[in-house]
Design a protein around this ligand. Sequence first.
Ligand code: GYE
Length: 329
Amino acid sequence: MSKRAAAALAAGAMVLTLTACGSGGGGGGGSADKGSGHKLVLGFSQVGAESGWRTANTKSVQEAAKKAGIELKFSDAQQKQENQIKAIRSFIQQKVDVIAFSPVVESGWDTVLKEAKDAHIPVVLTDRAVDSKDESLYASFLGSDFVAEGKAAGDWLVKEYAAGSGDVNIVQLEGTTGSAPANDRKSGFADAVKGQSRFKVVASQTGDFTRAKGKEVMQAFLKSQPKIDVLYAHNDDMALGAIQAIEEAGKKPGTDIKIVSVDGVKDAFTAMSQGKINYDVECNPLLGDQLMDLVKKVKAGEQVPRRIKTEEGTFTPEQATAALPNRQY
Ligand code: GYE
C-alpha cells in the first residue's frame, strides 16, 4: 500500500476507533508506517553515471538521505530523458512524498511536471534546471550557477593571454546537448571573450560529459585543426579524455595546448599537479544535505527560496596541488 493511502486509511481508522470506542479496527496492518513515525519518501531521478562529478553527487544524495532518515527511491536515467520521464511517472504512481530530479536536458518537462502537480506531489530540481515557463511546476531549484562557471573559465583565458596580441585558437568540448550546464557554460564563456576577436572558437562539439567521448572528439579536433592553442572543456572527465588524445598525438597537454575545465574533481587536480590542466572552475556535487533539508521543508509546506545557488571557487595548479590531499571527490 502507498504511504499516502496508508496515512489516509490510518486517519480514517482513527475516526472509526473513536466512534467505535476501542473496537480495535487498526489500519496499520503491515505498512512501514509505525505510529506517527511516517518516514518521508523521496523519489530521486539521477542523470546517470557519466562523470566523477556525478558519482560524487549520487553518493552525497544517498548518504544524506540515510542521515536524514528519508527513504530514497533512486533511479538512474543513463543520460536519457525518456528514462527520467518514466521514473517520475513511476514515483507519481507510488505516491512518494516528494520528487527530486536532475534533468538531463532543459526542455520538454511540462507534461510530466504537470502530472506531478495534479497528483499534489511537490518537485524539487537539483543540479540542473528546466526551461519551463510555468514556475508553479516545481518548488525550488538547488544547484550551481553554470553561466558564472563559464564566465570564470573565459575570464581566466583573457587574463592568461593579456600580454599577447595574436589570435588564440580555442576548441570547445561541450557537455550533453541541450543540458543546462552545456548551454550555460558555453554562453558564460562566450560572454567573457565577447568583443575580443582574437579569441576564436575554431571548433566546438559535444563530448557528452564523458571521458571516452571527450577523447574521441579531441582526436577529431587534432586532425581537423592545424593550430589549437586552448581547449575549453565543459567538465573534467572530457578534459581528462582529451589529455589522452593530446598525449597520443605527441603533444604536451597544459603546455602545447592549454586546458581550462570545470568541476574540480580529484583526478583533474592530479592532472593539474602534473601541469596538464591550467585552470579549473569548481562545481560542487555535494548537494545531498542541502537537498534533504529542502525536501523536508517542502513536504512540511514551509516557504522555500525558488533558487538556491551553490558556493564554489576556482583553482590554479598550485591551489589544486595544495587542496588535493583533502579533496573529497
Ligand atoms: O559538471 C558534469 C556532469 O550537471 C553540473 O554534469 C553537472 C554536470 C557536471 O556530468 O561533470
